[in-house]
Design a protein around this ligand. Structure first.
Ligand code: GLV
Length: 332
């Protein structure tokens, strides 16, 4: 039985399983713990289950004498100082695969919502302003057949490309590594550099992790490289876009619109983005389906059990810290 500190209750039955089998302390459903409160709980806890809103810094890790596992309820782990955890031989779990489809679905939904002015149309109709059908009413932009640029062709980027295939969209992509030629052919995707991708794409969707290299990757200069009338989608991490520069590119060109699920200073959103009818915003809901959130919980709970039993689950970010003593899970 391990002492587990969870910063927020998690959905799904696997969470009950965790509480039945371990000594679990849940911080609160109403607010996130402060750094001091996390450190306080980590005086005794052996396992930390964190959200992306919890900053697990080197200071927090240094102040946790018994910590054996960090389990982050997200696929992204930019909120955790993973190198520091590795130095302390602490494995970091995350939730890949199970949220791929939900996240790609949301990115595609935002593409359609911005291009076809779904939210604006809904609000206008509800306001009572609609006096009947007119040829020029609520004209949007065609989606089928347009070029989609995908920045970061990992699991979610590939899943988005599969959806775009159904819309006959040629795909350009950037990624540190090229996909296998067979997969490129299947997706109708061409590897290129960011300059060409921005210049050629009608839609640009971001799917790279947030790292020092990708912070403000989409800055004022890069926004100016985009095609006139292009639509930018971000379901990855807010700071990949310079939000002030984005506001300018929406006001003076070349951007026609943006679909944003993530923001630079969450939960705050730049007021000009909130005021713009050409921007569709969602509150960081990429993985927010009942099914996916339950699967994310199960993945972390299974991962915690595997490590506690001396196995190496597939969803460890830094498996090298376990490799010396343990063998990989056979069923992964
Ligand atoms: C959500 O943003 C995640 O990384 O899972």
């Amino acid at each position: 039985m391990a002492r587990i500190f969870v910063t927020h209750p998690l959905p799904g039955t696997a969470f009950l399983r965790l509480s039945e089998e371990h000594q679990v302390t849940v911080f609160s459903a109403d607010r996130s713990p402060t750094k001091a409160e996390i450190i306080d709980h980590l005086q005794t806890a052996e396992v930390l289950v964190s959200l992306i809103t919890d900053e697990i810094t080197s200071e927090v890790i240094d102040a946790a004498p018994h910590l054996r596992i960090i389990a982050n309820y997200a696929v992204g782990y930019n909120n955790i100082h993973v190198d520091w955890a590795t130095r302390h031989k602490i494995p970091v779990l995350h939730t890949p695969h199970v949220l791929t489809d939900a996240s790609a679905d949301l990115a595609f939904a935002l593409m359609l919502a911005v291009a076809r002015r779904i939210v604006e149309s809904d609000q206008w109709l509800r306001s009572g302003a609609w006096a009947g059908w007119k040829p020029q009413q609520m004209l949007g932009t065609h989606v089928t057949g347009k070029t989609l640029g995908i920045v970061g062709m990992g699991r979610i980027g590939i899943a988005l490309a599969r959806r775009a295939r159904g819309f006959e969209m040629p795909i350009l992509y950037t990624n540190p590594e090229r996909l296998a030629p067979g997969l490129e052919r299947e997706l109708g995707a061409r590897h290129t550099d960011l300059d060409e991708l921005l210049a050629q794409s009608d839609f640009v969707s971001l799917h790279c992790p947030l790292t020092p290299h990708t912070r403000h990757l989409i800055n004022a200069q890069r926004l100016q490289q985009m095609k006139q009338g292009a639509i930018l989608i971000n379901t990855a991490r807010g700071p990949i876009i310079d939000e002030v520069a984005l506001v300018a590119a929406l006001q003076t060109g070349p951007l026609q619109g943006a679909g944003l699920d993530v923001f630079e200073q969450e939960p705050d959103v730049h007021p000009d983005l909130l005021a713009s009818a050409r921007v569709v915003v969602t509150p960081h809901t990429g993985s927010a389906t009942t099914e996916t959130r339950a699967e994310m919980t199960a993945l972390l709970v299974d991962g915690i059990h595997a490590i506690l039993q001396g196995r190496i689950p597939h969803n460890v970010v830094n498996p090298e810290v376990l490799r010396t003593q343990q063998e990989p899970d056979q069923d992964d």
